[in-house]
Ligand binder design. Sequence first.
Ligand SMILES: Nc1ncnc2c1ncn2[C@@H]1O[C@H](COP(=O)(O)OP(=O)(O)O)[C@@H](O)[C@H]1O
Ligand SMILES: [Mg+2]
Length: 206
Amino acid sequence: MDRKRELRTEILKTRSALGPAEVARASAAVTRRVLDLPAFRESRALLAYVDVRNEVRTGALIRAALAGGKRVAVPVTDRERRELTPALIGIYPEGLTPGAYGIPEPRNYEEIPLGELDCILIPGVAYDYQGYRLGFGGGYYDRFLPRVRHHAVLIGLAYDFQVCRTVYPEPHDQPVHFVVTERRILCLATGAPGWKGGWRRGGKMG
Ligand SMILES: Nc1ncnc2c1ncn2[C@@H]1O[C@H](COP(=O)(O)OP(=O)(O)O)[C@@H](O)[C@H]1O
Ligand SMILES: [Mg+2]
């Protein structure tokens, strides 16, 4: 869809112009907010993307999860089958080498059963106020997420400028429960601990 493609190009242009200091500062703020989310804190088996090309960094969250005794997996991308596989890791970033799209992934790994995952940190090019997500156009997460257990909490990480009025969702697009930016948390999971609906500014969830 043309509108999706235009939005993708525009936001990626802004994101690629960020300097390392800005990426680090915003990522630290997103990290603090995620560490405060009960959905993250109480999770036992986490799937977290490995950031590339100025995506919100996930390294600190992955290390915190490992240090806290969670089972932690990162996605391994199969380009031919357009499929993601959650691969267990024990340390980070050691042992990861660039795979499909240059995204670091483990070479030899044990697959974590999909039913075990209870928290998923999802990258995105853009998110809208309904929690719909614009990705790179491969539909990887749209295909992966319906296979995950329904109790898994889906958390999109983004810079504030990546949040848009709409990302022109199509029927196959999978929304997330939370969008966390350096400035705010969008909570779409009715009934989740601390839920008040809409954006929370400054405050902590839960
Ligand atoms: N569950 C699915 N089964 C089959 N194809 C899918 C599924 N989800 C998405 N796709 C396909 O993947 C492609 C990319 O999806 P799109 O939502 O545009 O990308 P992205 O979410 O990465 O921005 C689309 O052509 C779409 O039809
Ligand atoms: Mg999609």
